[in-house]
Design a protein around this ligand. Structure first.
Ligand code: AMP
Ligand code: TRP
Length: 326
C-alpha cells in the first residue's frame, strides 16, 4: 500500500484554510493509502513557545485530527518529538543541503525580513520537514499551496542523496486540492488566511461558534459591482468566498455562479454562513467529546510506537547507505 504523510503545527487557531487545504484531504486519503499524520511540535519551536500552551495545542491539534474524521484504526496519528528519527534524519539531510537553496525559501525570507540575524531553526525548518516526509518512505504529501516550495526542496534533497547513495529514499509527490489549496483572509483577500493575523474576523477557526462564523462572513471584504463571479484578479474577495463554498459543498464554482446569477452578496453570504456552520458543527461536537478523554493520549502513544517502528527501519537503511555507525 502506498503511503501518505502530512503534518500540522500545534499552534492555536486551526482555521478553514488548514481544513480545506490539508485536513479534509487527510480524511479522504485514508481508504486508499497507509496514512501517517503528525503533529509537528519541533517545527513549532522554531519560534518562541510557552511550554504549557504548546502542550495544550499539541492535544488540541490531535483532537482536531480525530474530530475532522481521521480514524486512528486506519491511520497513524502521533507527535513528532515522540519519534527520535525525525531529529536524527534531519541532521543527515542537513549535511546534504545547501545554504543557497535554503535562503531561497519564501517562507524563510518572509519570516526573516528586515532582520539582521534570524533563528537558525527557521532557516533549517524545510530540512526537518523533508526528514519528516522521507523517514516514512512517503509517496504522497497532502498540503496547501503554501508548502509547494518545501515539497520541491524535499524532492531535490532526496534526489541528491539517491545520486550519492542509490536506493536510499522514495521521492514523494505533493498533493494539492483543486479548490481550497489557498484560502485567503476574509478581511484582506490578497493575503492568505493565517493563524497569527490579529483580526479574528480574518479567519474562521474550526471551533468557532455559529455567531462568530456569521459575523466574520458577513463582514468579509468583497467589492462594489455586486456580481457573483469568479475572477481572482479583479474580484479576489468574492472569488475567495466562492472557493470556500465550493470546497465545503463539492458544488463547482461555475454552478454556483449560475445559481447566484442576479442575486446580491447578502444572499450569497447568508447561504455561505449556513454551509460553513453546518460543516463545522459536527467537528466542534466531536472535538469536545474527545479532547479531554483518556483515549486521546492512548491514541498518540500507540501512534508513536507504530511510527517509530517504520522510522527505525528507514534509519537503519539510511545509516547503512551513508556508512554511519558500527
Ligand atoms: P500550518 O498551520 O502552517 O502547520 O499548516 C497546516 C496545513 O494547512 C498545511 O498543509 C498548509 O499548507 C495548510 N494551510 C495553511 N494555511 C492555508 C490557507 N490559507 N489555505 C490553504 N491551506 C492552508
Ligand atoms: N511546514 C508545514 C506547514 O507549516 C508543516 C509540516 C511539517 C509538514 N512537516 C511536514 C507538512 C511534513 C507536510 C509534511 O504547514
Amino acid at each position: 500500500m502506498k503511503r501518505v504523510f502530512s503534518g500540522v503545527q500545534p499552534t492555536g487557531n486551526i482555521h478553514l484554510g488548514n481544513y480545506l487545504g490539508a485536513l479534509k484531504q487527510f480524511v479522504e486519503l485514508q481508504n486508499d493509502y497507509q496514512c501517517v499524520y503528525c503533529i509537528v511540535d519541533m517545527h513549532a519551536i522554531t519560534v518562541p513557545q510557552d511550554p504549557a500552551e504548546l502542550k495544550k495545542h499539541i492535544l488540541d491539534v490531535a483532537a482536531l485530527y480525530l474530530a475532522v474524521g481521521v480514524d486512528p484504526e486506519k491511520s497513524i496519528v502521533f507527535v513528532q518529538s515522540d519519534v527520535s528519527g525525525h531529529a536524527e534524519l534531519s541532521w543527515l539531510l542537513t549535511c546534504n543541503s545547501y545554504t543557497g537553496e535554503l535562503s531561497r525559501m519564501t517562507q524563510f525570507k518572509d519570516k526573516s525580513k528586515n532582520k539582521e540575524s534570524a533563528p537558525a531553526g527557521l532557516f533549517m525548518y524545510p530540512v526537518l520537514m523533508a526528514a519528516d516526509i522521507l523517514l516514512y518512505d512517503t509517496d504522497l504529501v497532502p498540503v496547501g499551496n503554501d508548502q509547494k516550495q518545501h515539497i520541491e526542496l524535499c524532492r531535490d534533497i532526496a534526489g541528491r542523496v539517491n545520486g550519492k547513495y542509490p536506493g536510499t529514499f522514495v521521492i514523494p509527490d505533493g498533493y494539492f486540492p483543486k479548490e481550497g489549496a489557498r484560502i485567503m483572509a476574509l478581511d484582506d483577500p490578497t493575503k492568505k488566511m493565517s493563524k497569527s493575523a490579529e483580526n479574528i474576523h480574518s479567519r474562521i477557526s474550526l471551533l468557532d461558534e455559529p455567531s462568530k462564523i456569521k459575523k466574520s462572513i458577513m463582514k468579509a471584504t468583497t467589492d462594489s459591482d455586486g456580481i457573483i463571479r469568479f475572477d481572482i484578479e479583479n474580484k479576489p474577495g468574492v472569488s475567495n468566498l466562492l472557493n470556500i463554498y465550493s470546497a465545503l459543498t463539492g458544488e463547482s464554482v461555475s454552478s454556483l455562479e449560475t445559481r447566484y446569477e442576479g442575486k446580491g452578496y447578502g444572499d450569497f453570504k447568508k447561504d455561505l454562513v449556513t454551509v460553513t456552520a453546518d460543516a463545522l458543527a459536527p467537528i466542534r461536537d466531536k472535538f469536545n467529546e474527545i479532547r479531554y478523554s483518556s483515549e486521546l493520549t492512548q491514541i498518540l502513544r500507540d501512534g508513536a510506537a507504530r511510527a517509530d517502528s517504520i522510522a527505525q527501519k528507514t534509519m537503519a537503511r539510511v545509516k547503512e547507505n551513508f556508512g554511519l555507525g558500527l
